[in-house]
Design a protein around this ligand. Structure first.
Ligand SMILES: Cc1ncc(COP(=O)(O)O)c(C=O)c1O
Length: 479
């Protein structure tokens, strides 16, 4: 177990002058803001019992890897917002670039026109993206980027004369968003409330070396998962399948890093059957996995790639769906047909200015390499937590990790997100000053700028919170 003595997060004060001023604001304002949030903000997944039971937290400011709530309590941001704030909080440079763009041209009609920062960003993204990914459709968030990818895949197949190719193959446990089309690809969803979903979506086993669906270990488990995709294409009928979608390194599914052969096989299988391969890099992209895009680690180029989150490090909403030359080619050949898709805020100039500045910071500060180096250290520290009876596995790469929390290391039975243990663990993490999230697994994915002392502090909090929850909920632990 880790036994480092780390400075308490609460002891830290922001160095930025305006933050220090805000921190000293009076308590009445904090109470009023919290009241307004309780009465009027629909926090996306908070239950009413959580609102009432101390689960509502209102954050007010941030700097680097630390965020402060309205009461002035400091927390380490162990999940970079929601795998978003890759460049860290409080980057005044990005705010200034946005202000400059807003006062110059805040909006340009995205239907028939575009703007200077949008054009420059598109060019930059195509430079950064692998292979011949060379045409960018902008939107505002990851779900929209996924919807866009699916619409492009379907329309391109139809324009090429394959109108029956409408089916999409996704992976079990994958997450691709919550708008209706994206949710149809997301595996866990409530059919009773929201069904029926997009017709023609099927889900295949996920590459998972820890709990393989095939009872296999290591690369063999991933090879079998890839073969299953081909079998699914054949079962569905290859002439009915438009696309296969997957996160190169799945995150919400529990951070599984497949063997490179998995993606190389999927690339070959999709090409062989005329199926488009969509890589969802909404979380993976912009240095999260130790390279600019995770596809680089697996040696394949998708036909379509989605990006969001880290594209602006959260300073403005923005997403992108980037397609290969050969995908866009059909629109050049059939020169009078546009894509049947339009989003008013696609390529918003202020968001694009934020992204350009964010990427400039990435390059200047070598954030991808910095994240990879700190990530290697984080991983080594997290490995020590395997000494806990509840830590069954430690997985991840770059700056995206999961602790797989189990009742029993032999059977790998999960504690689960609704268990008293998990609830207590989440509460203790907040109490000790770490924002992260424990669902089936505990996620750790801090800003790429997190320092080693902050890593020590974060791992120390996780260690103490696990010890506390294990002691208080001992009856749930079998191993
Ligand atoms: C892989 C992946 N795709 C898509 C989305 C949806 O993004 P958004 O919440 O911005 O709509 C997410 C969100 O976490 C995601 O993890």
């Amino acid at each position: 177990m880790v036994t480092k003595i780390a400075p308490s997060v609460e002891q830290q004060a922001p160095t930025n002058a305006h933050l220090a001023h805000a921190l000293n604001g009076d308590g009445a304002e904090a109470t009023a803001v919290t009241g307004a949030a309780r009465d009027h903000v629909w926090v996306h997944t908070l239950t009413w019992n959580e609102y009432e039971g101390g689960g509502l937290h209102v954050f007010d400011r941030g700097e680097g890897s630390t965020i402060w709530d309205v009461n002035g309590k400091a927390y380490l941001d162990g999940i970079a917002g929601l795998w978003v704030v890759n460049a860290g909080h409080g980057r005044a440079e990005i705010a200034e670039a946005m202000a400059k763009q807003a006062s110059k041209l805040a909006y340009a009609n995205a239907m028939n026109f575009t703007s200077t920062p949008t054009a420059l960003l598109a060019e930059k993204l195509c430079d950064l993206a692998p292979g011949d990914l060379n045409r960018v459709f902008f939107s505002s968030g990851g779900s929209e980027a996924v919807e866009t990818a699916v619409k492009i895949a379907k329309q391109v197949q139809a324009m090429r004369g394959f109108g029956r190719r409408y089916k999409i193959i996704a992976r079990r446990r994958s997450y691709h968003g919550q708008t209706m089309g994206a949710m149809s690809l997301t595996h866990a969803k409530n059919e009773h409330w929201f069904g029926p979903f997009l017709y023609g979506v099927s889900h295949v086993p996920h590459p998972d070396k820890y709990r393989s669906d095939f009872g296999l270990e290591g690369e063999a488990a991933d090879v079998m998962a890839a073969r299953y995709v081909e079998q699914e294409i054949e079962n569905q009928g290859p002439d009915t399948v438009a696309a296969v979608i997957g996160e190169p390194i799945s995150t919400a599914a529990g951070v599984h890093v497949p063997s490179p052969v998995y993606w190389q096989m999927l690339r070959e299988i999709c090409t062989k059957h005329g199926v488009l391969l969509i890589a969802d890099e909404v979380i993976n992209g912009f240095g999260r996995t130790g390279t600019m895009f995770a596809t680089e680690q697996f040696g394949f180029v998708p036909d379509i790639m989605t990006m969001a989150k880290g594209i602006t490090s959260g300073y403005a909403p923005l997403a992108a769906t980037v397609v290969a030359e050969h995908v866009y080619e059909v629109f050049k050949e059939q020169g009078t047909t546009p894509l049947g898709h339009l989003l008013t805020f696609g390529g918003h100039p202020v968001s694009c200015a934020a992204a350009l500045k964010n990427i400039e910071i990435f390059e200047r500060e070598e954030l991808v390499q910095r994240g990879a180096d700190t990530g290697a250290y984080l991983k080594s520290q997290l490995e020590e937590l395997r000494a806990h009876p509840t830590v069954g596995d430690v997985r991840g790469v770059g700056m995206v990790y999961a602790l797989d929390l189990v009742k029993n290391k032999e059977t790998k039975a999960k504690l689960g997100k609704d268990s008293p243990f998990t609830k207590r663990l989440n509460a203790l993490l907040m109490e000790y000053g770490l924002v992260t999230r424990v669902w089936d697994v505990m996620h750790l994915a801090p800003p790429l700028v997190m320092t080693r002392p902050e890593v020590d502090q974060m791992v120390d909090i996780v260690d103490r919170a696990l010890t506390g929850a294990e002691r208080e909920c001992a009856d749930e632990i079998e191993g």
